[in-house]
Design a protein. Structure first.
Length: 301
């Protein structure tokens, strides 16, 4: 089955519900980065929330970047998304191995840490990108993003993110974001809180083969939930190319490139996001140096 995001309205349009299944994309990320189980769980949660937030962006040119910088052993996590949504990212320490928590589950909070920040950058083609910064509250990621939405986007939101990992890889992954509209009543919110609590973990519901619409009904308690968009297929995909890498080499400057030519006679660059390797021969490096010379001549001459 392919991954999917569906957007729904509950309580006669007074509550927005977005549910996502991201099992395939998280498994692809696990394989690309050779992630440990706890790194898979942490990174998978961030990929899932990035997919949901990406699907909310309006234009194909819009770009979202999420950085989690905290004091846990996972180190920095970076994920980018567009509105398709295609996501990619990396974990600074992909193979961390820490004990299970007291409930016998993967200890994502310990891996992320409890001190640090979520940085969210939305580039929507305006003069300046939107930048939201929010302190980490628990390291569980879902709670941290609920806090981010409340503080940075002034939206009271329920966020659930989950990744179920077994010895073969990712068994299920997904999440949901529930946002009451301004006309939602206190009764609506109380009902939501009760049903979210009763529903249990999103990864278990997916593992039980519930559809996203069934999950939407279960977490809201609204049997008449209305699907408004469902043909959204998130995927893990990197857009790197040799040209991108060449642009990176150009920024290094002539002296450093000359030094690489003299000492190594070649260069190998690895993409952070997909681990693809790009080789540059001595001749290709020299051509980049010549290009810098030509640009300097045109600028100065």
């Amino acid at each position: 089955m392919s991954d999917k995001i569906i957007k729904m309205l509950a309580y006669q349009g007074r509550v927005s519900v977005i549910c996502a299944e991201t099992t395939n994309l998280v498994e692809k990320a696990r394989k690309i980065h050779d992630l440990s189980p706890v790194a898979t769980a942490a990174f998978g949660r961030v990929l899932t929330i990035a997919s949901i937030m990406g699907a909310e962006m309006k234009s194909a040119k819009d770009k979202l970047t999420i950085q989690i910088k905290a004091n846990g052993p996972a180190g920095m996590i970076v994920v980018t998304a567009n509105n398709f949504p295609k996501v990619k990212g990396y974990v600074a320490n992909p193979r961390i191995d820490i004990p299970l928590n007291e409930d016998g589950k993967l200890d994502v909070a310990q891996a992320i840490g409890n001190e640090g920040y979520i940085n969210v950058v939305k580039d929507m083609g305006l003069k300046e990108p939107y930048v939201g910064i929010c302190p980490i509250v628990s390291g569980e990621i879902a709670e941290d993003f609920a806090e981010y939405f409340a503080k940075s986007e002034q939206k009271n939101t329920a966020v659930a993110l989950g990744v179920l990992v077994n010895k073969n890889g990712v068994k299920s992954a997904g999440g949901y974001v529930i946002t009451p509209m301004p006309d939602a009543t206190q009764e609506d919110i109380t009902n939501l809180e009760q049903h979210i609590f009763q529903a249990g973990a999103i990864s278990k519901m997916l593992d039980q083969n519930l559809t996203l619409q069934e999950i939407g009904k279960k977490v809201t308690g609204d049997e008449n939930i209305q699907v408004i968009e469902q043909q959204i297929e998130p995927m893990y995909e990197c857009d790197c190319s040799k040209q991108h890498m060449e642009n990176g080499l150009l920024t290094m400057g002539k002296e450093e490139l000359q030094s690489i030519i003299e000492e190594d006679g070649k260069a190998e660059l690895t993409c952070h996001f997909c681990n693809k390797k790009y080789e540059f021969t001595k001749e290709e490096l020299q051509a980049i140096v010549d290009k810098i010379d030509k640009e300097e001549y045109n600028t100065n001459g």
